[in-house]
Ligand binder design. Structure first.
Ligand code: PLP
Length: 248
C-alpha cells in the first residue's frame, strides 16, 4: 500500500469509528448509514484507492470533474452521487453517470432531469435538497419548506424520476441539531406523498454525529477522509452560485 492509501485508510477507520459510536449513542445500526466519500478536488487515483479500501459510494459536486473521473474509473464498481448545485443545462450529462442526484431544488430542474432521464430510457433516483438556512440563502441551494409540497407534487408526477428522500446542508457556525430536525420533518412531509422516500442525506465531516442522531441515512464526508481542499466552502465556485445555466 502506498503512503496515500495508508493515510486514506487511517482516515476511513477514524470516520467509521465516529459513525459506529454515533449510531450506538443514537440506538441505530451502522448498516442504516451509507458513507458517501466526497472526492471533489481529488483525482481519479484517490477514487481508486478508496474503492480498494472498501468504499462503495463517492460524491462529486461539479459536473465536468465528475464526468471525467467517472470515465477514468469505469472499471471500478462504485455508486456515484451528485451533491453539487446543478444547472438545468447539465441535466443530461449528470444523468449519464449519477446513481443518485442529491440536489433537486426547483421545478425547472425537475423538468430538465425528467426529460433527460426519459430520453436516456432510465429512471433517475433523486433527493430533494431542502434549504436549512434561516434566513434563507438562495446561493446555497435548497427549496424553501413553503415550496416543498409543490416541488414534491411535480416530482411525483415525473415518470423519469424517483424521489428517494431529502438532502440538506446545515448552516455554518450554529448547532446543526435544529437544522437536521427540520430536515427530518421535511422528509416526513415528502413521505406523506411518496411513502418509500425514506433517505436523508445530511452530515459532513464536522457534523456527522448530529446528522446520525437526527436520522440521516447518507453522510457526505470529504475533508475527514481526504484531507483539506483548497476551497472548503462546500465547493461553491462563482459560476455555480447562480442558476444562470437554466434554460427557460
Ligand atoms: C464538499 C461537500 C461535502 C463534504 O464536506 P466536508 O466538510 O469536506 O466533509 C458535503 N456535502 C456537500 C454538498 C459538499 O459540497
Amino acid at each position: 500500500m502506498d503512503a496515500r492509501s495508508q493515510e486514506l485508510s487511517a482516515n476511513l477507520r477514524a470516520v467509521r469509528g465516529r459513525i459506529n459510536l454515533a449510531c450506538q449513542q443514537a440506538g441505530r445500526q451502522p448498516q442504516e448509514v451509507t458513507l458517501v466519500v466526497v472526492t471533489k478536488y481529488f483525482g481519479a487515483q484517490d477514487v481508486r484507492r478508496l474503492a480498494a479500501l472498501g468504499v462503495d459510494d463517492v460524491g462529486e459536486n461539479k459536473d465536468q470533474e465528475a464526468r471525467e473521473k467517472h470515465a477514468q474509473c469505469a472499471d471500478v464498481a462504485l455508486r456515484w452521487h451528485f451533491v453539487g448545485q446543478l444547472q438545468t443545462n447539465k441535466a443530461s450529462s449528470v444523468i449519464a453517470y449519477a446513481d443518485l442526484v442529491h440536489t433537486v431544488d426547483r421545478v425547472r430542474l425537475v423538468r430538465a432531469l425528467d426529460r433527460a432521464a426519459q430520453a436516456a430510457g432510465r429512471r433517475q433516483d433523486v433527493l430533494v435538497q431542502v434549504g436549512l438556512d434561516d434566513p434563507p440563502r438562495p446561493d446555497r441551494g435548497g427549496v424553501l419548506i413553503a415550496d416543498l409540497p409543490g416541488l414534491v407534487a411535480e416530482l411525483a408526477a415525473a415518470d423519469g424520476l424517483r424521489v428517494c428522500g431529502v438532502m440538506g446542508v446545515a448552516p455554518p457556525g450554529v448547532d446543526p441539531a435544529g437544522a437536521f430536525a427540520a430536515l427530518a420533518a421535511a422528509r416526513g412531509q415528502v413521505q406523506t406523498v411518496v411513502p418509500e422516500a425514506d433517505m436523508m442525506s445530511a452530515g459532513m465531516s464536522g457534523d456527522l454525529e448530529a446528522a446520525i442522531a437526527a436520522g440521516a441515512t447518507h453522510l457526505r464526508i470529504g475533508t475527514a477522509v481526504l484531507g483539506s481542499r483548497p476551497d472548503v466552502r462546500y465547493g461553491l465556485s462563482e459560476g455555480e452560485k447562480s442558476h444562470k445555466g437554466d434554460a427557460q
